[in-house]
Structures are given as structure tokens and as C-alpha cells.
Design a protein. Structure first.
Length: 475
């Protein structure tokens, strides 16, 4: 793989800058739009629940398409798919900005999501393919930092744009940024890379995986709201399971699979990917759940709760470049494991929270969580990619991104489900009416504590995955 590494220092830095700019744009685009959902609903005269389909469809399409486009990058070249994806994303953003109806806006947003699904897995594949071994961890750390930066500034910038211009500005801003990155990519990104073993593309497998993941994520995202016994949720679960079974049977028999299952014969790759899934499940589950504790039980208003929740994000942003560089020197295994130990400590602290816990204790626990994730994400990302064979970096990156997105969605649903089940158990035990739960803060606190203990158990399991995933010597 050494023959494809960029030798010029300036060009290496420009490649990192391009991928970091895209990383920022990915999370900024998603988080800035969320703040404008109600304004979009009001403008088109639709319910907020209907407008909420914009981020939902976006997530479903991206997660379900990542592996296919990652594989396409391995086959036809990262540069081509990267530029193509940015072009589609740019066009979709422009069409969103000028959409005269909500249905056309939803269609344009869907087109834009396919664009992001194209270039998103290619970013990580390029960093691990075109950079020398001693720069990979640092580059992936910077990539994670800019992801966090996009999440942090997205809501505030989106609110500013929406207040002083229009919600259309949240889409329009992507157009000039995308064009600049396309121009830079055309000059900086190498056209040569490791050749894929087979140039054929598994379209049927791509469709099956799309259906399986889309149905699964729809069921997970809607199950809490609609009820897990809802016929639509059950049907989606059955469709997802059947599609996954057919997909894996197909991938075993086809000579040019979308997902080469031999990847998972590498135990270190499997452990690293599993750690990615559980790590994001923990992080996003807590980020979603914890504001409810702050507002419902601690009585903080939305502004103060938001400021408190910035703490873990700041730590992740600050530590990601350092942990990435550290993994280049001492290996990813030690850094990931140390990070997950801190996450275990954080969930241990969360499990001791009460109705009377001080704000200082809460902030310290959140800082511990953010510090742990800051040490975990970038080295884990590197660990996944270095265990992927030459010519399959795009597929490996797609698998990694799917684990992140699926872990995020499932984490939110699972943490809410655990909380709800613990509350229902206490309600039945105390013979309370469900409508009276809000007046029993101790019962709600018990639900939160159950979710925190669940998180502690998952973090311990994830530490095992981190320890089992051995470092690979980079050449």
C-alpha cells in the first residue's frame, strides 16, 4: 500500500483539510437543520411530525447506502465517488433551498442524502490509504474533532440563519462549500489506489441491504412512539430480518459480494467494529436521554441543560487529535481501552445520581464520559481501518459508518426502552396509575438509574472488545 501514499507534506495536509471540511459539513448540515424543523413545518403548513421526516429519511437513506457506495469507491476509485457524491449533495442542497412544496423538499433532501452516502465512507478510506502510517491516527483524530465541531456549532448557526435569513439558508450554505471542496479534491486526491479484487458490483445485495437497514432503523426510530406491538413496526422487523437472512446467504455464494464476509474472519476487525457499534450506542443513548434528567428531575431550563450537555462534546473535540496521535505512537488498543475504562467510570458515577445530586457532580460525570469517548473514537476508527485488507478500505469504512449510525439510532431507542420498562415495573409494583407517574419523581429517577446501569454493563462488554482487538503493525 506504500506505493499509493502521498509523499508531499503540503499535499498530505491539504488532503486532511479536505476530509475535515467534509466532516464538519456532514454534522453541521444535519444538526443545523434540526433547529429549523418547526419553521419548515409552519412555512409549508404541515405538522411538525410530518416535517420531522426530513432528518428521519436522511438518516435512513444514508445508513442503508453507505456500504454500497464504499464498495463502489473500491471498484471505480475513491476520487470519482467522492467528487460524484459532493456534486449530488451540492445539487440536492440547491434544490432543497428553492423547493416550492414540502413534498419536493423531501425528495430533494433524499437526493442530498444519497450524495452524502457517497462521499462519507470515502473520507476515512482516503485517509487510511493515502497517508503514511505515522499520520493516520492524527488525521482520524482531526476528522473526529471537526465532526464534533459541526455538532456543536450546527444548532446555534442554524438558529441564526433561520432567524435572520430563512430556513432555506441552511440548505443553500452547502452549495458554495461543496463547490470549493470539489475544486480542491480534483487537484489534491490521487487517481490511483489499490485495485479491487473484482470489478463487478453486487446490485442485488445492495438493494437487499438497503431494505434490511431501512426497515430496521425505521422500526427502531418509531417503535418507542408507535409501540413495539404496532403491526407496522412488527412488519418492518420481519422484513428487515428476512432481508438480512437473504443478504447473508447471497453474500456467501456470490463471487463478487457487496460485503466480503471474510472480513469478519479477522477477529481484530470484528472486535473493533463491534466496539464502534457499542461505543456510539452508549454515547448517543446518553446524549439523547440525559437532557430529560436535567429538565424533568433537576428543573433546569432548556438553555442551561444545553450548556451542561456541551461538556462531553467539548472534551471529545479537544482530545480526538491527541488520542489519534497517541495511537500512532503506542497503538490503538491501549488508547481505546483506556477511553472505555473512563466511560465505565462515567456510567458508574451516573448510576449514583439522585434527585439531589449537585450540578458539579453531574458536570464531572459528563466530562468523564466526554474524555473517555475522546480517547476511544479516533483510535477505534483507525483500528477498524488498519485491519481491513488492501483494496477493501471503502467497504470497511462503509461497515464502520453503518455501525456508527446504527449504534446511534439503536442506542437512543434502547436507552429509552430500558427507562420505560423500569418505570412500568415500579408502577406495577407500587400499584400506581400510569398517568400519576409525573408526580412520583422517585419512580422516574429509578427509570433513569436503570438506564445508567444498563449503560455500565454495555461499557464493560465494550472494554472487553477493545482489549481483544490487537494492534496491527503498519508498514
Amino acid at each position: 500500500m506504500e506505493e499509493f501514499v502521498i509523499k508531499e507534506k503540503a499535499r498530505q495536509r491539504w488532503l486532511i483539510a479536505l476530509t475535515c471540511a467534509v466532516s464538519l459539513m456532514i454534522t453541521f448540515d444535519y444538526s443545523s437543520l434540526n433547529i429549523s424543523i418547526s419553521a419548515i413545518a409552519q412555512y409549508f403548513g404541515v405538522k411538525v411530525g410530518v416535517a420531522a421526516w426530513l432528518p428521519t429519511v436522511y438518516l435512513l437513506i444514508i445508513t442503508s447506502s453507505l456500504l454500497g457506495f464504499g464498495k463502489l469507491g473500491d471498484i471505480i476509485g475513491y476520487k470519482k465517488v467522492y467528487v460524484m457524491g459532493l456534486s449530488v449533495f451540492c445539487l440536492g442542497g440547491f434544490l432543497c433551498a428553492v423547493s416550492p412544496s414540502f413534498n419536493l423538499l423531501l425528495a430533494a433532501r433524499s437526493l442530498q442524502s444519497f450524495g452524502q452516502a457517497m462521499y462519507s465512507p470515502i473520507c476515512i478510506a482516503m485517509l487510511t490509504t493515502f497517508l503514511p502510517a505515522d499520520m493516520k491516527g492524527k488525521a482520524l483524530g482531526l476528522y473526529a474533532t471537526f465532526q464534533g465541531l459541526g455538532l456543536a456549532i450546527g444548532p446555534a448557526a442554524g438558529g441564526f440563519i433561520n432567524s435572520y435569513f430563512s430556513w432555506r439558508g441552511n440548505f443553500l450554505i452547502a452549495v458554495p462549500v461543496s463547490l470549493l471542496i470539489i475544486f480542491g479534491a480534483a487537484k489534491i486526491i490521487p487517481s490511483r489506489q489499490a485495485k479491487a479484487e473484482d470489478k463487478r458490483f453486487d446490485f442485488f445485495g445492495a438493494v437487499l441491504l438497503f431494505i434490511a437497514l431501512a426497515a430496521l432503523l425505521y422500526a427502531v426510530n418509531s417503535g418507542v412512539k408507535m409501540g413495539w406491538s404496532n403491526p407496522l413496526i412488527i412488519s418492518c422487523g420481519v422484513i428487515s430480518l428476512a432481508s438480512f437472512i437473504i443478504f447473508f446467504l447471497l453474500e456467501k455464494r456470490i463471487s463478487y459480494p457487496l460485503l466480503d464476509l471474510k472480513l469478519f474472519q479477522n477477529r481484530d476487525f470484528t472486535f473493533s467494529v463491534s466496539a464502534s457499534f457499542l461505543g456510539l450506542l452508549l454515547n448517543m443513548g446518553m446524549i439523547f436521554l440525559f437532557p430529560f434528567y436535567l429538565q424533568m428531575l433537576k428543573g433546569l431550563d432548556i438553555t442551561k441543560a444545553g450548556l451542561v450537555m456541551v461538556c462531553p462534546s467539548i472534551m471529545m473535540m479537544l482530545l480526538a487529535p491527541f488520542s489519534g496521535s497517541l495511537s500512532d505512537r503506542i497503538g490503538s488498543r491501549k488508547v481505546c481501552s483506556f477511553g472505555m475504562v473512563l466511560v465505565i467510570v462515567a456510567f458508574g458515577l451516573f448510576s449514583f445520581l439522585t434527585l439531589n445530586s449537585s450540578l458539579l457532580f453531574i458536570v464531572l460525570a459528563l466530562l468523564c464520559l466526554g474524555t473517555g469517548m475522546g480517547f476511544f473514537i479516533a483510535p477505534n476508527n483507525k483500528q477498524v481501518m488498519v485491519h481491513a485488507p488492501q483494496g477493501k478500505q471503502g467497504v470497511a469504512s462503509g461497515v464502520y459508518k453503518i455501525c456508527l449510525n446504527a449504534g446511534s439510532s439503536i442506542g437512543i431507542a434502547v436507552f429509552m426502552l430500558v427507562l420505560a420498562q423500569v418505570v412500568l415495573f415500579d408502577v406495577a409494583k407500587m400499584n400506581l396509575m400510569l398517568s400519576d407517574v409525573r408526580s412520583h419523581s422517585d419512580v422516574i429517577m429509578s427509570g433513569f438509574r436503570g438506564a445508567f446501569i444498563f449503560g455500565l454493563i454495555i461499557a464493560v462488554i465494550n472494554l472487553i472488545f477493545c482489549v481483544l482487538s490487537k494492534d496491527k503493525r503498519l508498514e
